[in-house]
Design a protein around this ligand. Sequence first.
Ligand SMILES: Cc1cc2nc3c(=O)[nH]c(=O)nc-3n(C[C@H](O)[C@H](O)[C@H](O)COP(=O)(O)O)c2cc1C
Length: 159
Amino acid sequence: MKITDDVFKNALSHFPSGVTVITYSHLGKHSGLTVSSFSSLSLHPPLILFCLQKNITSHDPIRSAGKFVVNILARGQDSISNQFASGKTDKHALIQELKCKTGELDIPILPGILSHIECEVEQFVDGGDHSIVIGKVISAGAEDSLRPLLYYRRDYYSI
Ligand SMILES: Cc1cc2nc3c(=O)[nH]c(=O)nc-3n(C[C@H](O)[C@H](O)[C@H](O)COP(=O)(O)O)c2cc1C
């Protein structure tokens, strides 16, 4: 089938993924956005990546902040995912309401998540209308008793 935006997006939506929220702090304000394009990249050195739309609020602040946390969401955190996926949410207020802890990089870590990965920005690589953000992992932790939140064809699932 000839490639159109709809054909491309529909084909991609058939790839199931986990759901993360990337949190960051910029100019004294906390923020975050929902991201499913997260992937591991390298073990030595420890690197991860995600793809970041160039035309959203979070793009330039993440680059200037130079650090972020990947929060891997757990089953039942659909509402957290939806709130961080909206440009209309006051993310700073939401993070304060959620009573987050902070880790080594002093960036909010969301409560109830499956695992977190604290990163310094290693590189922003051009990727069309997205940047590929490569993060060097500084610290990480996981909660083994929880199950993941999954995203597939624009809906949430678990295993
Ligand atoms: C399940 C899901 C996955 C998403 N994955 C990405 C992603 O990988 N990269 C991205 O830039 N935006 C992604 N988004 C969209 C952003 O979360 C959304 O544009 C958000 O409003 C950006 O926040 P901001 O406006 O505060 O910058 C995703 C949204 C959802 C619901």
